[in-house]
Design a protein around this ligand. Structure first.
Ligand SMILES: Cc1ncc(C[n+]2csc(CCOP(=O)(O)OP(=O)(O)O)c2C)c(N)n1
Ligand SMILES: [Mg+2]
Length: 328
């Protein structure tokens, strides 16, 4: 057993984070179908990998530049559920944008979570810039940034990875490979089997791991974060996950995803597997698991009530402020 093996207490905390993300995610789909929120994009199927990466970070110290599926990561970095839902409901108190961004464009300054931008891939050069700044300052913070496999075809990815390799930046680039970019399957996105095979071309370390397996993902993420902190440079960490939902609330995946493939997705859900694994290991009892699940649901209910009752932004906010210092 390596010294990075999580304790039973930490495993229970990891399960709790995965469950909190799942319950909130499920509530958002319900709210969307009820016509109460305008949009939702899901992290379902990505949670084990996201929890693993979050726990590998020094949360509140390291920096996270996430993408739209990273619900478990932003919750793990301290973003309250109510803040997430204030964004979903487009309310004035939304910390990401005062209710003017699309939902799931997370930002949480107290947890060092940088703002998600809609054009995919833009977080990569921004994260490389943060990592370069940290390196120049002589700090020990690691920058973790996440991206879907489809978005690694963007020039932004290429440019960021070049910098990462040349400057040995203290960064981990997590590629959440769910094998689809909206409707485009992986074999039409790239002519390689593993996204991590791209790493060598930039002079960075490339690792692929089963992102449905929390323990394997945690070991891989810890190695990558520790290496980055100790001056060993960037790792491109590919976590092989499953997109359990359509691309977003506004997508119909039945038109491009074979029915048999969709049916098989249930078997890929990382949460029941994690639950059974932790109980078998003795890290969780059935009662403790149920308590975690009930607590998460109560937290979602409270956040839901709070966000739905919150006021909308004033009309004038629609015209500003967009830039710092600008008045509405
Ligand atoms: C520059 C840019 N091009 C296209 C889009 C539209 N778009 C939004 S998400 C997405 C798919 C991204 O797929 P992937 O990177 O695999 O992430 P996933 O959604 O599968 O997690 C696309 C094409 C966009 N937002 N930005
Ligand atoms: Mg994808």
């Amino acid at each position: 057993m390596s010294d990075t093996t999580p304790s039973a207490e930490m495993l229970a905390d990891m399960y709790a984070l995965a469950v909190r993300a799942r319950k909130l995610d499920e509530r958002c789909w319900i709210l969307h179908r009820q016509g109460k929120i305008g949009f939702h994009i899901s992290g379902m199927g990505h949670e084990a990998a996201q929890v693993a990466v979050t726990f590998a970070m020094r949360r509140g110290h390291d920096l996270l530049h996430p993408y739209y599926r990273d619900l478990a990561m932003v919750l793990g970095c301290g973003m309250p559920m109510a803040d997430v839902l204030l964004g979903s409901f487009g309310r004035a108190g939304d910390p990401s944008s005062g209710g003017r961004q699309m939902p799931n464009h997370y930002c949480y300054k107290p947890g060092n979570v940088f703002s998600v931008s809609s054009p995919v891939g833009t977080q990569l050069p921004q994260a490389a810039g943060l990592a370069l700044a940290e390196q120049l300052r002589g700090g020990d913070r690691v920058v973790v940034t996440c991206i879907g496999e489809g978005s690694t075809s963007e020039g932004d990815f290429h440019e960021a990875l070049i910098w990462a390799g040349v400057r040995k930046l203290p960064m981990v680039v997590v590629v959440e490979n769910n094998e689809y970019a909206i409707s485009v399957p992986m074999k039409l996105q790239m002519a390689i089997e593993r996204v991590s095979d791209r790493a060598g071309g930039y002079g960075v370390r490339g690792v692929s791991v089963d992102g449905l397996d929390l323990l394997a993902s945690y070991q891989a993420a810890r190695e990558a974060v520790d290496l980055a902190r100790s001056g060993g440079g960037t790792t491109l960490l590919e976590v092989r996950v499953a997109r359990l939902t359509p691309h977003s609330s506004d997508d119909n995946d039945s038109v491009y995803r074979p029915a048999a493939e969709k049916a098989a997705l249930k078997l890929k859900d990382p949460l029941p597997k994690l639950r059974a694994q932790l109980i078998a290991m003795g890290a969780l009892s059935e009662v403790a698991a149920r308590e975690i699940e009930e607590r998460a649901l109560s937290e979602v209910d409270a956040a839901h009530r709070q966000a739905e009752a919150a006021p909308y932004p004033p009309e004038a906010w629609a015209l500003g402020p967009v830039f710092a210092g600008e008045e509405a």
